[in-house]
Design a protein around this ligand. Structure first.
Ligand code: ATP
Ligand code: MG
Length: 679
């Protein structure tokens, strides 16, 4: 065994080591937060490559979020040389599915350059179907979309959904589902759920293909496996194949995605599916102080358990857990911002060591304002996505159409952007023609027959557009795509259009910068795609881009010293020295919907996830009053606060704190104020 990995192994405890070295057969590592589950996975990948001489491209590792996948990749790459890690696949489930689909799309009945629909695209499609096919108002659209997604995650086919539907609402959703699949096919598009579902169906149906992939994957590792849904579980089972060599790690107490179809029961199913499953439990927590860990353990003890765990830490008692009660939500945000600034200044704690966690994204808005007021740099995770910006959506639609002319959605988005004076009446005629000939809108625009129906400027514009795009598609063949895209942007004078549209020159500048950033990302992605496949084409980068979302942008910002703002859901798997947990109130955490649906256990796990992100200090805040739907309401402290070990809580703002605490608070606000005045 090479000395580097040798040394790495020496830092592991006995059970972790056992989990790393066991490379034959199915293995489940089940353990509480911060016990080194992800560390086992990353070390094991290095071990497989360096000590067992597995080829990197025969190993597949998956996890849930892009951020988690990226962190995992970084941890592994720090242990391996560049050559050793080439071809290693560490990704989310969705990226893995996309990679399979990219290689086998023709077998799934897709054409090259197929488009990926994001959730906004799917919603638009559902609305279109409700309107066109069912003559229905679109208020049901969100419900239908969610229900269709659940069916896909459960691997329920449209006809099954129709048969099973026992209410009118479900029946409508099921019928929409049937149409939805038809439309997707016509658009040569797949949605997010398809990225898992389609590979699973393909591999189930085609024995040869299954064998090929099973041969390819020598070892499989899955992090956060308590949150796998049915189709993801199937994908694991299929890829694990006859070798059955895999490591799954998870923590049933951190299952927080039931609302998205996750089935923690899969952990038990695993034991039934693999009778020789080896179970390793880890019990030492290396992340948090004794106080924080005790709080987490005490809280989660209120939930029923599949497996009993006893998590301990020897990192010292540390500080008590502070609970700050404030007048209202504005004061809450103000306090958090002031606290961060003062601790940053007085104790020299970098901003990036602080994370503020909350239940819902809307809670971040006030906080942002306060952080800005104190001039504290921050970064929101999963806020308005880069790809939700208008200019990026525009350009991506151009690119989508460029690689897939069947993508009618993209066609419609950009046909008048910038203005080409092609009105709705003209588009309807194109639409009719397309339907009659069973062609896409783009193809219909090039038909000679169009001249019988459309005349004048509209006709010329359409034909020009069609010729122009076709020409660009020609140029794209075998060429490096970015110059072609630049030409395209130039041809339509897109920057000029942005300047015309934007409210201020700075706003326009920002948008142009975003577009440039997108081009850079495409260039970088192409370069890395060419490393593996010299013939890789633009569509590869595009589908990746659509999926990866803000990935590159986040990576660039990673090193920056910024306070991290994120939802509890997004915080899974991550850790921060100092954590603030906002809004510990009834109706917020636990969330009102969960109280109504009697789903407190999942909320408790969410709180558990939040608490266990903290390494050294934890500060919980709650407001006495909060504005909701334009009304100020009285808030009750969360029941979870009652479930924490009271002796470890240090309350502030209830009016009964000690002199010493008051003095500390005074000092904190004073130094924050000074900092504000100085800056
Ligand atoms: P979560 O359930 O939150 O995902 P986890 O079980 O995946 O947590 P890790 O993130 O792998 O836990 O580890 C938590 C912290 O403990 C990390 O900072 C990691 O570097 C450290 N750690 C893990 N194992 C050891 C060890 N044997 N010795 C020292 N530190 C360790
Ligand atoms: Mg982890």
């Amino acid at each position: 065994i090479p000395p580097a990995i040798q040394q790495r192994l020496r830092t592991l405890n006995e059970r972790q080591l056992d989990a790393v070295k066991r490379i034959e057969g199915p293995l489940l590592v089940l353990a509480g937060a911060g016990s080194g589950k992800t560390s086992v996975i990353t070390t094991k990948i290095a071990y497989l490559i360096q000590a067992c001489h597995f080829k990197a491209n025969s190993i597949i590792a998956v996890t849930f979020t892009n951020k988690a996948a990226r962190e995992m990749k970084e941890r592994v790459q720090s242990m391996l040389s560049k050559a050793e890690s080439r071809g290693l696949q560490i990704s989310t489930f969705h990226t893995l599915g996309l990679n399979i689909l990219r290689k086998e799309y023709h077998k799934a009945g897709l054409k090259p350059g197929f488009t990926l629909f994001d959730s906004q695209d799917s919603l638009a499609l559902v609305k279109e179907i409700l309107d066109k096919e069912f003559n229905q108002q679109t208020d049901e659209a969100a419900y239908c979309q969610h229900t269709i997604s659940s069916w896909k995650n459960d691997m329920t086919a449209p006809n099954q959904a129709v048969t099973n539907a026992d209410t009118e609402e479900l029946l409508l959703a099921a019928q929409v589902y049937t149409q939805y699949q038809r439309y997707l096919k016509a658009y040569n598009a797949v949605d997010f759920d398809d990225l898992i579902l389609m590979p699973v169906q393909l591999l189930q149906e085609q024995a040869e293909l299954k064998e090929k992939w099973q041969k390819k994957v020598r070892y499989l590792l899955v992090d956060e496996c308590q949150d796998t849904n049915t189709s993801q579980y199937e994908l694991i089972r299929i890829l694990a194949g006859y070798r059955k060599n895999f490591t799954l790690v998870g923590d049933d107490d951190q299952s927080i995605y039931a609302w998205r179809g996750a089935r923690p029961e899969n952990l038990e199913q695993l034991q039934r599916d693999y009778p020789n499953l080896k179970l390793v439990k880890l019990e030492q927590n290396y992340r948090s102080t004794k106080t924080i860990l005790k709080a987490a353990n005490t809280l989660i003890a209120n939930n029923p358990h599949v497996y009993e765990k006893a998590l301990w830490s020897d990192l010292g008692v540390g500080d008590p857990i502070r609970v700050m009660v404030t007048r209202n939500e504005e004061a809450e945000s103000e306090r958090v911002a002031a606290e961060i600034q003062s601790r940053h200044l007085r104790h020299d704690i970098p901003y990036k060591d602080f994370a503020v966690l909350y239940r819902g994204n809307h809670q971040a808005r006030l906080l942002e304002i306060k952080l800005q007021a104190y001039r504290i740099p921050y970064k929101i995770n999963g806020g308005t996505s880069f790809f939700a910006r208008a200019e990026i959506k525009d350009l991506m639609s151009y690119l989508r159409l460029l690689v897939n002319t069947d993508d009618d959605n993209a066609f419609l988005r950009i046909i008048n952007l910038p203005r080409r004076d092609i009105g709705p009446a003209t588009l309807e005629k194109v639409g009719n023609l397309a339907t009659e000939h069973n062609l896409s809108l783009f193809e219909a625009s090039g038909l000679a027959e169009l001249e019988e129906r459309v005349t004048g400027k509209s006709l010329r514009s359409l034909q020009e557009f069609e010729r122009w795009l076709r020409h660009l598609r020609e140029r794209l063949k075998g060429a490096s795509p970015v110059p072609v895209i630049e030409q395209m942007i130039h041809d339509i004078d897109y920057f000029g259009w942005l300047q015309e549209q934007a409210s201020t020159p700075t706003a326009a500048e920002r948008r142009i910068e975003n577009v440039r950033f997108l081009l850079d990302s495409i260039q970088r992605m192409m370069e890395s795609a060419w490393e593996e496949d010299p013939n890789a084409e633009l569509d590869q980068a595009i589908s990746k881009l659509l999926l990866i979302d803000m990935l590159e942008r986040q990576e660039e910002e990673e090193d920056e010293d910024k306070v991290q703002l994120l939802t509890l859901h997004a915080s899974k798997g991550l850790e921060y020295p100092h954590v603030f947990l906002l809004g510990c109130e009834e109706e917020l955490l636990p969330h009102r919907n969960s109280i109504e649906n009697d789903d407190i256990e999942e909320e408790r796990r969410l709180a558990y996830v939040g608490i266990t992100r903290a390494k050294r200090t934890l500060c919980i805040t709650l407001a006495s009053k909060r504005r909701q739907y334009g009304q100020e309401i009285d808030c009750l402290p969360s029941r979870f606060l009652d479930e924490l070990p009271q002796e470890d809580l240090q309350w502030e703002g209830r009016g009964d704190e000690s002199e010493a605490v008051k003095k500390e608070q005074g000092k904190a606000s004073l130094s924050a104020l000074k900092a504000m005045l100085n800056s």
